[in-house]
Design a binder for this molecule. Structure first.
Ligand SMILES: [Zn+2]
Length: 279
């Protein structure tokens, strides 16, 4: 059984502040990396105990070179670095049986959610897929589900766990909260020794559920109607000049996609282009 793990950083044990997830602040960032690795190793431990024979990890945060491969056990493979066409879901088509999203955060605009954002806090206000507000959990789940790889575990703060339950409307998906937000950048934390066990147990439970009842669920129907609302009208102006895009209002564009892969590519391209707006 081959497990796919997309690992972000904002939802890791102990992480609450933007400095802890940005390489520009080396000492705080070192803590973020340490905690990301901590949570990753806990679910890897649980996955092997739950019957995994191979694990493919995709480093999914920022520059995507956060995870230190020298700290990973045998039979784990790491996708490290950027650029990659499917971004946070890169590698999902490499013959994986099911997926974990680890150290994830809630979508932009969530309440009491640590470092809530959707892909880019500087450019994106919100994203809708087929009329439903989605964050990174939803966008990546759409790619996984279309590739017939069910998402069986999501870990992070309490808010992303609640978002996951709402999105999947499915009690079979396992979530594991390692902290509870009191604002965007303050949380009540659990110590790593406790979260290691919680995460490991959650991974074992997720694979047990996966093996006993196969989770097949289409979250979004194809074709996909993608709507992106930007923070600034100038960012929307820049992206809206691309052919095939419909401008819905000052800050929102709409694009039709015939695959979930293309949804991710549009979001990625839109963020890159919107970042170039100078006003
Ligand atoms: Zn991140």
């Amino acid at each position: 059984m081959k497990i796919y793990i997309s690992v972000d950083m904002e939802g890791a044990t102990g992480v609450v502040n933007p400095l802890q997830v940005r390489a520009e602040s080396p000492s705080e960032y070192a803590f973020g990396c340490k905690m990301q690795l901590h949570d990753l190793k806990a679910v890897i431990d649980g996955a092997f105990e739950g019957g995994a024979t191979e694990i493919l990890v995709n480093d999914s945060h920022a520059r995507m070179i956060n995870v230190d491969v020298s700290q990973l056990p045998q039979n784990v493979r790491l996708i490290s670095g950027n650029l990659k066409p499917l971004a946070m879901a890169e590698g999902i088509k490499d013959g994986c049986d099911c997926a974990f999203f680890v150290a994830y955060h809630a979508m932009a605009g969530s309440f009491n959610a640590i470092l809530d954002h959707t892909v880019s806090s500087k450019t994106i206000f919100s994203v809708k897929l087929n009329g439903t507000l989605v964050g990174e959990t939803g966008l990546n789940a759409a790619v996984c589900m279309e590739s017939k790889v069910p998402v069986v575990l999501v870990t992070g703060d309490k808010a992303v766990c609640e978002e996951t339950k709402m999105l999947f409307d499915n009690e079979r998906i396992v979530t594991c909260a390692v902290k509870e937000g009191r604002s965007n950048s303050c949380a009540t934390l659990l110590p790593p020794e406790e979260t290691y066990q919680l995460l490991k147990d959650a991974a074992v439970r997720a694979l047990k559920t996966f093996n006993s009842t196969y989770i097949s669920q289409d979250l979004f129907e194809c074709p996909y109607n993608l709507e992106i609302t930007f923070r600034q009208t100038s960012q929307c102006d820049t992206v809206s000049y691309l052919p095939g895009i419909k401008r819905l209002d000052g800050r929102t564009i709409q694009v039709q996609c015939d695959s979930a892969d293309k949804v991710w590519r549009w979001v990625d391209a839109a963020v890159t282009l919107a970042s170039s707006a100078t006003i």
